[in-house]
Design a binder for this molecule. Structure first.
Ligand code: NAP
Length: 299
């Protein structure tokens, strides 16, 4: 007879690894599934995290590795595979992956969110040729050069601050007159000598033939630069379950603190669910709460 798990955790970011720690300690028979490439994906792209208690300043990759090592020390079973479909029949979920298939009584879905695109000419054409979405991954290529960051949230400002330490000059282009980012981050950028913030400014296209040469603004001006980092928000990675569970208009899985969704036994944790504050700490909290919900559901 096919094995029936108590729980399958889909996703190995902050929410998934926290859920794995709590599930291990609860003695649940579970497995965590993630592709190695996306294990902790968003957080690993963050250069510095300064609001996770216990660490005044820690690199995103370092923090996620600590979560991973913690789960591993508890012997949490973690499998590298790609989840392709989730379905439910007669109270049992089937999590179909590229190489495995799991039957389970419950699922915690925590695939997070991915970057949004700006949708201007040149963005797609020059992707990887100076256009990028991850300053931590690609910032090094612009050492002593000029970079433009587009956006005004925590990601854009964190990226811009990171780049000021590598680049000769960093422009932050924001469409409004105030930044959305936390004050402590905004202050850092405002105080950086090689940073310039352009408020009320929008990019109409990214220019360049073989590589990025600059950006053209909606007012017709051009800013010459070598790299463009786009940080205009995130979209939930919920496509896989869009026909299975209730989503809000923006595509986030409708769920409260407990992680409960429109499908009994299917819980959502982290950035993929409806919530006000998307932070590492709230993702971790979700992972813990969802395991509590799983335990209540199973009993
Ligand atoms: P965000 O907070 O949604 O900010 C997106 C920014 O992009 C906003 O300033 C927005 O402008 C701008 N924008 C959106 N569409 C645009 C367009 N078409 N053209 C120009 N600008 C555009 O997204 P985020 O910065 O990626 O952050 C996502 C979540 O992760 C947030 O909850 C954030 O707090 C969290 N985060 C946390 C940390 C941390 O804890 N250390 C680090 C990074 C991110 P408007 O302001 O005009 O809307």
């Amino acid at each position: 007879m096919e094995k029936l798990y108590d729980l399958v955790i889909c996703g190995g970011g902050a929410a998934g690894l926290s859920a794995a720690v709590y599930a291990s300690r609860s003695g649940l028979d579970f497995v965590l599934v993630d592709t190695a490439s996306s294990m902790g994906s968003q957080i690993t792209q963050t250069s510095e995290i300064e609001n996770y208690p216990g660490f005044e300043n820690i690199n995103g990759m370092e923090l996620i590795m600590k979560f991973y090592e913690h789960a591993k020390a508890l012997k949490a079973p973690m499998i590298n595979d790609e989840v392709q479909k989730i379905s439910k029949q007669d109270g049992v979920f089937t999590v179909k992956c590229a190489q495995n298939e799991f039957k389970t009584k419950t699922v915690i879905y925590c695939f997070g969110a991915t970057h949004r695109t700006l949708g201007v000419q040149g963005e797609h054409e020059l992707l990887g040729k100076g256009v990028g979405y991850c300053a931590v991954c690609d910032g090094f290529f612009f050492r002593n050069k000029t970079a433009v960051v587009i956006g005004g949230g925590n990601t854009a400002v964190t990226d811009a601050v990171y780049l000021t330490k590598i680049c000769k000059k960093v422009y932050l282009i924001h469409r409004r007159d105030t930044l959305r980012a936390d004050k402590v981050l905004s202050d850092k950028l405002e105080n950086a000598e090689n940073a310039e913030i352009l408020y009320n400014t929008e990019v109409s296209q990214i220019i360049g033939e073989q590589r990025v040469e600059g950006v053209e603004l909606k007012n017709g001006e051009k800013i010459m630069c070598d790299g463009v980092f786009i940080a205009v928000g995130i979209s939930p990675r919920s496509e896989l379950v869009m026909d299975f569970v209730k989503l809000d208009k923006a595509g986030y899985i409708v769920a409260d603190e407990s992680g409960k969704t429109s499908v009994d036994g299917f819980f959502a944790a982290g950035d993929v669910r409806t919530k006000h504050l998307r932070q590492v700490i709230t993702a971790c909290s979700d992972g813990a709460s969802c395991v509590d919900s799983v335990n209540r559901y199973l009993s």
